[in-house]
Design a binder for this molecule. Structure first.
Ligand code: PLP
Length: 455
């Protein structure tokens, strides 16, 4: 499979190159040149397959030529060794829980596959790759866990010492091995600035630096798998029964996974895009006018506080338009087709809290703030489109409620059960090193650790 850039100023390239460079040289985002279709017969064959087998059936269409099917199956088995529960809620409504991975957020699905793909691509390389990440919490832990123990790759995580919770910190600092963590005496923005500067620093050109950034195509493709999985588990695949998905969205990577699944043949009748108060995309769908929100609005579903989604350029491209790397709409996509396929909705914090309360009271379901935005979005859609009540619907839960104990405790008066992945984490032995916000000591540390390793 070849991958083209949304800016279309460079030649299409293979998976290896797209993965290792992340952003295309023309600053566009990579997308696959085609979406191999799944027939209703193929979907039916997947009904009784386990998650890793379904992942193989989907992902092999994109990795062909770069990774053998035998090896890909091993990687899928290794990456997806946890449960993917689908909970029935009421009527034809369901919740897809993507929160059982090692860091209890849906980001595990993509990070774990991308890490293994990169490990494969680099297996024969002499020089190791150093992945630099700045984190305010969740991304750093998903990336650190995903790459932990992968040969040829070292991970350096910078986190702001006072801005991450103990639980979040321990998810990164108790790994050891190829993961080094640094507690920066500053804010998240300082960490990010240091990482950015390192990428541009000629003094570090002897180190092979890379990122595990959310715009990487390797973090997108694996997110199409769980939509296929939910569909074949719930629907009459022989009749290609339609389905509605609702996706709580920030940078729109998760939602793009559903768009890819749709292109491959999953009959998604409507895709509900549910955002918090950062409503730039629902507004765009309504008015056809795109305005970033700067600075982004602070909401309790904090992983979705995004005022300009990094994956929007991909959506625009797939609907015939062009958005450049600065967020400028250079060519309009087909608004008519976008509105046909997508339903945008913005949910306030008050509605989010109310949804957590109601879902528990009425259905005995425990949601956390991100999943509650998705569920509220689905409810809104069904209210406006009553005919859709007869269609199977699935709302995505992107994090485990135990990651938000204070919010759940104050709304429901209970402590959500802690999943095995988070259990006992407070007691685990941690190690991290202090770092000031000055760039020079950071650069010197990178040089001392990673330049001398060259053989
Ligand atoms: C990252 C994240 C999201 C947003 O996903 P996007 O792909 O950026 O839209 C939603 N919920 C949780 C818990 C997340 O960590």
């Amino acid at each position: 499979m070849q991958f083209y850039s949304t800016n279309r100023d460079v030649e299409p390239t293979g998976l290896r190159d797209a993965l290792l460079t992340g952003q295309a040289p023309d600053r566009g985002l990579y997308l696959p040149e085609s979406y191999p279709a799944l027939s209703s017969g193929e979907l039916t064959d997947l009904r009784d397959k386990r998650y890793p087998e379904i992942a193989l059936a989907i992902l092999r269409r994109f990795t062909a030529g770069a990774i053998t099917d035998e090896r890909l199956l091993e990687l899928c088995e290794d990456a997806y060794d946890f449960e993917v529960p689908i909970e029935h809620v009421a009527g034809r409504g369901h919740i897809l829980r993507l929160d059982r991975g090692p860091t209890a957020s849906f980001k595990d699905f993509a990070a774990r596959m991308m890490a293994r793909w990169m490990g494969e691509m680099l297996a024969d390389d002499e020089q190791e790759i150093v992945i630099l990440t700045a984190t305010s919490g969740d991304t750093g832990s998903a990336v650190a866990h995903a790459y932990h123990g992968i040969e040829g790759i070292r991970i350096v995580v910078l986190f702001p010492i006072d801005e991450v919770s103990t639980r979040q910190r321990k998810q990164m600092t108790t790994l050891g091995g190829n993961v080094s963590t640094f507690a920066v005496d500053g804010k998240f923005d300082d960490c990010q600035a240091m990482v950015k500067r390192a990428f541009a620093d000629p003094d570090l050109s002897g180190i092979r630096l890379s990122s595990a950034n959310s715009i990487n195509i390797g973090r997108l493709l694996p997110q199409s798998v769980y939509y296929v999985y939910a569909y074949v588990r719930l629907a009459d695949t022989e009749g290609l029964e339609p389905v509605v998905f609702s996706v709580p969205s920030g940078n729109f990577g998760d939602m793009m996974g559903a768009v890819i699944a749709r292109r491959m043949g999953v009959p998604i009748e409507r895709l509900v895009i549910a955002t918090n108060a950062n409503d730039e995309v629902p507004e765009f769908l309504k008015s056809g006018i795109y305005r970033k929100i700067e600075p982004s609005r602070v909401c309790i579903s904090n992983a979705m506080n995004v005022g300009h989604p990094s994956n929007l350029a991909r959506l625009v491209d797939l609907y015939g338009g062009w958005m450049d790397e600065t967020g400028n709409l250079r060519e309009m996509p087909s608004m008519e087709r976008l509105r046909e396929d997508l339903y945008g909705v913005s949910i306030t914090d008050a509605e989010t809290r109310d949804t957590i309360r109601r879902a528990h009271e009425r259905h005995g379901v425990i949601l956390e703030p991100h999943g509650a935005v998705g569920w509220a979005g689905l409810e809104r859609f069904l209210e406006k489109n009553p005919a859709a009540k007869d269609i199977i619907s699935v709302s995505v839960e992107t994090a485990h409620p135990a990651k938000f104990p204070e919010e759940i405790q104050s709304l429901l008066g209970l402590d959500p059960e802690v999943p095995p992945s988070l259990a006992g984490i407070e007691e685990r032995q941690e190690s991290h090193e202090p770092l000031s916000v000055d760039y020079a000591p950071f650069r010197d540390m990178l040089r001392a650790r990673f330049m001398q390793d060259r053989s």
